[in-house]
Write a protein that binds this ligand. Structure first.
Ligand SMILES: Cc1ncc(COP(=O)(O)O)c(C=O)c1O
Length: 457
């Protein structure tokens, strides 16, 4: 019998499925995984990764997928970008680890300076390096506590900030993330996020103040209600906010929401933390999403796309806030030299072309999705910035009843047709592809979505 040649993922431009999904090799890996790996992971369909190139991903059976998830908005430069791989290899040949908390190495301050200038606001900042988004958030909260000597926090429902106990306390995304872990470790009050598609107060941008200088009701409630009842401002360390909400449903707030938060915080010497873990690193067409809104936070938490897939996170704070003394905060692996090299290569690529591509391809995808929405009433809303795009499905355009099961079936149907997408919020599909995506890939995704919606969910 002729040996079958598997398709080459490095040259593939469209999905290419050779077996029923999952194939036999994938099934064996999944069975082993189920036996030994934590059951807390939320895999919603059985894709197994073997090899990737750009926006294409291949499973062990040789099937090729178009990846519109990029490892949850992490592989900013695509799978195995040659310049990132080269930077990793070159650094790995020099040294893998020495511990930034104890010794110096040359490219750590280079990345710190880069992040200080790329994040919004004055460049006079300090950077603490961590290993993940949750740790970057922990660092941001600790900076706020330390600088203000206050302990209360204000966050938003729908927000996701990570799973460590401090980050989990500010998270208010899904009950499953909290259930079984007792009381929250930190003193956090959550208020509804600015979701204009589903305004929690039943208002519209025309009636809530979003278009007036006073700002929207959902931001003012912090000063007018919360600070007068449960969180006295002189006990409030920080307000923590995602400039575009990620896990909560790729929700884009009006600019005045973020600006009003900033004004309130300034009036009461409260630190504003922007969690840009998902929205940062060029994904939205700007290096940090805050820039779309004229929003200048005091502290930024950044991770995910920062090193195209190597684990690294950073807390970037105004220098006058990060004044803690040696020993106050550190991490053995934080700012690992190989991850730092990958990060510098990633930033070079983002600045030279990929951020601009994210803006262009984001607009192209969004236009295509809006055209699809004209023919498919189940699409209730298409929103986003750059390549951070949410497609919210509804049962009825008037009542906006969330189409939860239909969304789940949409996700499965994408997988069965060779597209990797993941869900967020109650009934939203998110698109967060690598920033190397091109028009042909976008056309392939749009025509597959059209096919799925035409066939019916
Ligand atoms: C906005 C935001 N913050 C924090 C985190 C936590 O990041 P990590 O999973 O790297 O700890 C995430 C992860 O999805 C996120 O989206």
């Amino acid at each position: 019998m002729e040996p079958t040649t598997l398709p080459d993922v490095t040259t593939a431009r469209t999905p290419d499925l050779r077996t029923p999904l999952p194939g036999p090799l994938a099934q064996a890996i999944i069975a082993r995984d189920h036996q030994f790996v934590s059951p807390s992971y939320t895999r919603s369909y059985p894709f197994v990764m073997q090899r990737g190139s750009g926006v294409m991903a291949q499973d062990p059976d040789g099937n090729i997928f178009l990846d519109l998830a990029a490892g949850v908005a992490v592989c900013a430069t695509g799978h195995a970008h040659p310049e990132v791989v080269r930077a990793i290899q070159e650094q790995a040949e020099q040294f893998l680890h020495i511990c930034a908390a104890d010794f110096y190495y040359p490219h750590l301050p280079i990345l710190a300076e880069k992040l200080a200038t790329l994040t919004p606001g004055i460049p006079d900042k300090r950077v603490h390096f961590a290993n993940s988004g949750a740790e970057a958030v922990e660092g941001a909260i600790k900076v706020a506590f330390h600088a203000t000597r206050r302990q209360k926090l204000i966050g938003f429902t729908g927000s996701f900030h990570g799973r460590t106990l401090g980050a989990l306390s500010v998270t208010a995304s899904k009950a499953a993330q909290r259930k079984g872990f007792g009381r929250q470790a930190l003193d956090v009050t959550h208020v509804p996020y600015a979701n204009c598609f589903r305004c929690p107060y039943g208002k519209t941008p025309e009636t809530c103040g979003a278009l007036e200088s006073k700002g929207p009701h959902c931001a003012r409630v912090i000063e007018e209600v919360v600070m007068k009842t449960t969180v006295p401002p002189d006990e409030c360390a920080a307000i923590i906010v995602e400039p575009i909400q990620g896990e909560g449903g790729y929700v884009v707030p009006p600019a005045s929401f973020l600006q009003t938060l900033q004004d309130i915080a300034q009036r009461h010497d409260v630190v504003v933390i922007a969690d840009e873990v998902q929205s940062g690193m060029g994904r939205t067409g700007k290096m940090y999403a805050a820039e779309h809104f004229g929003f200048v936070p005091d502290v930024v938490a950044t991770a995910k796309g920062l090193a195209s897939g190597l684990p690294i996170g950073a807390t970037v704070a105004r220098a006058d806030l990060m004044t803690w003394k040696p020993g106050a905060h550190a991490s053995t692996f934080g700012g690992n030299p190989v991850a730092v090299a990958a990060s510098l290569a990633t930033i070079r690529l983002l600045e030279s072309s990929l951020m601009a591509n994210a803006e262009r391809m984001g607009q192209y995808l969004m236009d295509g999705l809006r055209a699809l929405a004209e023919r498919h009433p189940i699409i209730g809303d298409v929103r986003g910035k750059g390549l951070m795009i949410g497609i919210e499905l509804v049962r009825d355009r008037v009542t906006r009843e969330p189409a939860v099961h239909e969304r789940d079936r949409f996700e499965q149907a994408c997988y069965q047709r060779g597209l990797l997408v993941i869900a967020c919020g109650a009934s939203t599909i998110r698109l967060s592809p690598a920033l190397v995506i091109d028009r042909d890939h976008c056309d392939c995704a749009l025509s597959t979505f059209d096919e799925i919606l035409t066939a019916g969910l």
